[in-house]
Design a protein around this ligand. Sequence first.
Ligand code: AHM
Ligand code: MG
Length: 332
Amino acid sequence: NQDRLALPVGTTLDRFIMRKQEDFPYATGELSQLLRDIALAAKIVNREINRSGLIDITGAYGQQNVQGEEQQKLDVIANIRFIRALRNGGEVCTVISEEDEDMIQTGKNQGKYVVAIDPLDGSSNIDVNVSIGTIFSIYRRQSAIGQEGTQEDCLQKGVHQVAAGYVIYGSSTMLVYTTGNGVNGFTYEASLGEFFLSHPNITTPPSGNIYSINEGSANSFPEGVKQFVQYCKDSSFSARYIGSLVADFHRNLLKGGIYIYPATAKNTNGKLRLMYECNALAFIVEQAGGKASNGQKRLMEIEPTSLHQRCPLYIGSTELVDKAESFLSPEP
Ligand code: AHM
Ligand code: MG
């Protein structure tokens, strides 16, 4: 019933999650709790990010770090915060994170879910006050409950995601997520400590005139990518590239456009990570009516083989991704 699903702008995230759960009579509430855990950690990380410019002068303005401990880098802090929230929540048995080489066992072996997360993406922008983000994917474990999650639980295709989302720490902080029933965006109101529904049922324009790619590497782009970039120029598109995947993706999602991180000489399989960067955004863009591919095939159908594997990314408005693919040679 569509009417029941439509909730008004201004609904808090907690209420939204609760109401969505009511639409599934057999839901146990565990996924809802997991999403709330992530939102809570996002608030904490947001607070740390907002203070980050002050970190080196905290002594000077009178605030001491409680434990007197050395300040750690923000991406490390974000990793600690998200892992702690996921561990305490109890719904997740295993986590894979950009910050950790191996799988992280939470010790909560009753947890039904596995999470893949990039706790703070856009590392080159952290120190210069430019938008950064968190990206997450949630999968249902395949192994039996009661033991640690396995590598197979972690290496599922993107099509098996049960939910995915991102947090953008930008001019506003927003959380955008999908559980496979459309995409909704929530904006954070810091003085109230709440995320409010601000972007209900996000759909991405079928086409657009923004292209986002690091043209500094143009000399080593595949021939088809060079041709597509030339097509964008011939069409007088706008070039926009922040260098924070979440921020570049979010802008293009709302305005229409394409983001590309192709294979290059330096990164022969692209730079971005399949499990905690590409798949989550692919799920979101498809739910918003857009498209994600590795240049040859649907990104969410790639069979993963390792936790940190990389993958070329072509993502955004369907017509533009189709156009880019038309310049590339088909899979051998
Ligand atoms: P990171 O995980 O080290 O932060 O790198 C990922 C970031 C993305 O946010 C961004 O889209 C990309 O790297 C930019 O890479 P480049 O500087 O090569 O254009
Ligand atoms: Mg990253």
